[in-house]
Design a protein around this ligand. Sequence first.
Ligand code: GLU
Length: 419
Amino acid sequence: MEHITEGKLFKNVIKNIESAAAVVNCDKNVLTRLRQPRRSITVSVPVRMDDGNVKVFTGHRVQYSGTLGPYKGGIRYHQDVDISEVTGLAALMTFKCSLLKLPLGGAKGGVKVDPNTLSRAENQALTRRFTTEIAPFIGPQEDIPAPDVGTNGQTMAWLMDTYSQQKGFAVPAVVTGKPIEIGGSLGRVSSTGYGVIYIAEKALHTLNKSLKGSTIAIQGFGNVGQHAAILASELGMRITAVSDVSGGIFNGDGLNVKDVLEYIAKNKVLKGYPNAQEITNEELLVLDVDVLAPCALDNVITGKNADKVKAKVIVEGANGPVDADADAILSRKGTLVVPDILANGGGVIVSYFEWVQDISNYFWDEEEINTNMRKIIVDAFNRTWALAKEKNVGMRSAAMGVAIKHLERAMLLRGLYPR
Ligand code: GLU
């Protein structure tokens, strides 16, 4: 499995697992097992493009651990997807579900493609063929995909339809993050972003600060960043900057989120937004704010820029945005970093609710969903904070430590098959 271990994200994850395992004194055989995924599936995805030619894309589904329940995790469409990145992300899902005490294992999928270059018809064809290729390995009791970077509710609708066509009846529980009309859950679209803000509030409290009046800069203005901004502004935070692939916008008095959302709905990107100053993504990351929320891709805060970061709290809306070198620097500076597996857990919590609702054919109201999600994520924060204090380690090691302990108990109880 050499090629799997080559990527930067995977290496970072393994480093985190190893240091956390030492903190909680994890069983050495358990640790040996946790270094490798259970199953990796790589498939060719041939698609007839609109010009009549066939292109073959590469897709992966990595099922990292099934100890706690069916595999769970998103599907990413991005030009940088590779087997190592998908494996690292699948490992993160494993520890995320364990930390949150969800009865789910960890997985991730991805197709190496820039979805912005695809027409709607091409995207649909790609999604249906990828679903068909991984269909033998997914299902409501086996593995339940969800959206991630570059995919959305429409992608999940095509996945659900393709799987259901093969079965001959509707199987909504095969995927989460679906539109409401076909078995999706209220509150799923906003869940990751809302969770980021619930966690920002908890982190600020530990510094005797409140959300109201605190400043926040959000890197990435996709689904996660947008909903984080919406809740942050509702709760009285001052959003001084946001950014997307086109660059960033800054307004020291606070951006009007509603206005920015209207602009982006019309113009697709933030560039050219009139009521703010233009800044780069790099400049956004080093702004003097209370909270920095990287909500885009991995490895954006590294050994190169970490010492310039001025935020007091970093809340990882994305998976893997702070690398191991940056972690060491930030810890020396006293920056409170709330790791991805905790900070962006709101998404998979509501995915879990969606799956439960689909299986039981009974749907809850939005308030119930948001309240229950908050309870789970805040409880995970409190357990993580307690371990961080007890062992005098950072939140990343503590969150991973709590997750490893829960998984370790489950693995030892189930035992190794056949012996
Ligand atoms: N892709 C999201 C994540 O990384 C959600 C996964 C899910 O809901 O299964 O947590």
